[in-house]
Design a protein around this ligand. Structure first.
Ligand code: 13P
Ligand code: SF4
Length: 301
């Protein structure tokens, strides 16, 4: 039996569902039941009601699945797959900020740990942040965490003055305006799509700044034939598979999130075999972390 066949057999025995983020390795995306962005994966975790969820993505995403689907056993195939940006906001520092700034609404990008989510008012993802922030009264003071690039891009687009936490994604922060300019020169006529975790100077040069799910929808519906993709390289697998008649150019050097790449087929096989490593959260933490996610899902069902 191949590894894929062994996984399929174990998945059937365990009655498990495999969820994978758009940045995971191609072979992981190919064995997944559902591939998506953070928002789509959160929704899927909430509604799938599977006894076992194998979550192929970084840890905060698997935690979100557990928060929304407490009855399921949520397996995270490689526990060392974390998001450095999520670790840049600490709940104690958030509480300290709140004490100093009463009346400020704390909005957290979903790229935060479950512990940090317990200290915030509202969550958002890159797929809904613009709509969510735009729906808040203009006079409302807001702290946006942990991604200062996403926060700056929202401030610019929506003419807001949110306070920004000094966090960043080490992968997207490496994309420089000159990389976009070089790609444009090499591929004239191709549309430039970037992730809003990129620096504002990079977003300014792009045709669109979209979540990974937003990019996939955009290229599917666009009449354009060629695109320069300014986000993690893994997304090109699905883009090319779903749009065989279109051309996608990655930036050079390739943009890679090492943590997303840590999850291998062997990890998936072993976690289904051993039913470990499992995401476990104390019930009080899970409930408190769920509140800002629920507010997000209620605001934008
Ligand atoms: P998406 O929600 O757009 O998939 O983004 C998640 C992420 O971690 C981007 O770096
Ligand atoms: Fe975190 Fe950046 Fe990797 Fe996304 S690409 S999971 S934000 S480190």
């Amino acid at each position: 039996m191949t590894l894929e066949e062994e996984i399929t057999e174990l998945k059937r025995q365990r009655n498990a569902v495999i969820l994978a983020h758009n940045y995971t390795r191609p072979e992981i995306q190919d064995i997944a039941d559902f591939v998506g962005d953070s928002l789509e994966l959160s929704r899927k975790a909430a509604e799938c009601r599977a006894p076992v969820i194998v979550f192929c993505g970084v840890r905060f995403m698997a935690e979100t699945a557990k928060i929304l689907s407490p009855e399921s056993t949520v397996l995270h195939p490689n526990p060392s797959s974390g998001c450095p940006m999520a670790d840049m906001a600490d709940p104690r520092e958030v509480e300290e900020y709140r004490e100093k700034h009463p009346g400020t609404l704390v909005v957290a990008y979903v790229n935060t740990t479950a512990a940090t989510k317990t200290a915030v008012d509202l969550c958002c993802t890159s797929g809904n942040a613009e709509k969510l922030i735009a729906s808040l009264p203009p006079e409302q003071k807001i702290l946006f965490l942990p991604d200062a690039n996403l926060g700056s891009n929202l401030n610019i687009k929506l003419n807001r003055h949110m306070d920004l936490w000094p966090g960043y994604c080490p992968t997207h922060n490496r994309i420089m305006p000159e990389h976009i300019l070089a790609a444009k020169e090499k591929h004239p006529g191709a549309l430039v799509l970037v992730h809003p975790e990129c620096l504002p100077a990079v977003v300014r040069l792009a045709d669109q700044a979209l979540s990974t799910g937003g990019m996939l929808k955009y290229v599917r519906e666009s009449a354009h034939r060629a695109f320069i993709i300014g986000t993690e390289y893994g997304i090109l697998h699905r883009m090319q598979k779903e749009n065989p008649d279109k051309t996608f150019y990655p930036l050079e050097p390739a943009v890679v999130c090492p943590n997303m790449k840590k999850i291998t087929l062997e990890d998936v096989l072993f976690c289904l075999r051993d039913m470990a490593p499992e995401i476990e959260l104390p019930e009080d933490v899970r409930r408190a972390a769920k509140a800002p996610i629920d507010r997000m899902l209620e605001a934008l069902p």
